[in-house]
Design a protein around this ligand. Sequence first.
Ligand code: FES
Length: 87
Amino acid sequence: MSKCKSFNEVIYFCDGKKCCRYNEEAKSCLKELLKETGLNQSVSLEKMKCQGMCKSAPVFYIDSEKKYKKEVTKKKAQKLFDKYIVA
Ligand code: FES
């Protein structure tokens, strides 16, 4: 049996110098939502390095959509979850 979990979706959050100052709320909101819905078994939340978009911090990235999400607030994180993860 493989030790690696295979996830259907990965949400990346930038953990660069600027983003990490602002991403805590959105990050914990997503963590909470994934846990509540049991989707934490199939959706992974991973960190990524600075993406060079520091002016738009905090930056997130939806792997399946190949889309960056900028200035992600708690509210935006919730919307992002509803639109890309649950739908
Ligand atoms: S620190 Fe996140 S884009 Fe630069």
